[in-house]
Design a protein around this ligand. Sequence first.
Ligand SMILES: [Zn+2]
Length: 358
Amino acid sequence: MKSKKVVSIMIIFFCSIILCSCVKNTDNREKKGNIFRGKGQLHNAKCIYKDGTLYDDEYTYYLYSVSMNTIKEHYVKIDQDNNAYLDCNLASCTHTDESCHAIADAIYFCFNGKLYKYRDNIVLSAETEKMVYHNTIPDMVKEETDSPDIQKLYVIDEEHLLIVGSSLAYAKLLDKDFNVLYTYTDPGQYKLWGKLYDGRFYYVNFVGSLMEVELDTGTSREVDLGLGMTKIMMPDDDGEYIFLSTTHTFYKYSLKTQECNEINEQLNWWEFMVYDGYIYNEVFNNDNSTVKVQIWDYDGNLVFETKEAKHMYIDRAHIANGKLYYIYSNQESDEKGEFVMAIMNLDGTGYTETKVLK
Ligand SMILES: [Zn+2]
């Protein structure tokens, strides 16, 4: 009887230790922040050109190679005061090899509430390092590419993501458990794009047509936009609408009503991005090297035009933390390898440029 009591006391004692250490661990984790050591949850930035940029409550982590001496990409950290810098505290680091803290070991992305990363042909959980997906080349394109590496990855929504294979030879639509739902071998040479609506998947193929796939049956067809011969230069979407620019005109296509309306015939919006009720596009200034940004509503009314947004190239800009960001290499600078971050508020105000500190 006595020994039983001792055992129970001991069990309670050990349980308390375990419990305490768990609580302690959680505290430590909160202090440390997320994997990027910032506060709050990470989110994917929006960029139609490339993946990998993330943001949390404190910082934006912009994926870009800011060294002339390596093709490896860095995570450039940008704070709320628009300071942009490499998060590397190694003295005299050249930021060109694996020892550099700012070099990305993989490309990170958020999906279905979790953080993942990919490199080569695998996708891993960023927390456990466990492999969740292993990419292989589909049989039908084995003659076109011999690399199974993932070229780009695009999170469409919380349930779907798109993997674009090497040489743009194919693309795969995956569900939240990384099962392949659909594979196609005619992806367009476009920006990252794909759209799910009402059980159907939409993409633009290599001849510039909008394709619709019934996911239940796997059958695909070209969507007749009623425009005759049309080559889509770029698509982007929001809710029920797909916005399309052709070589001459800009259109809005409703997936609900299947109506396609011209919303602007004057401008060739080859470079545009749709975000939260507005369309952003860039127009070159007379000098042909700098741009200004225009912001339109979904009916084609001009809402705002920046006086000056010299280097905010919309097709390559990243939207995160309520701002647009774009890094470019400063060719006018005497300092070799100087990179500059262009920043603008989403309403078109506050354009500023800042040197990326290394
Ligand atoms: Zn470094």
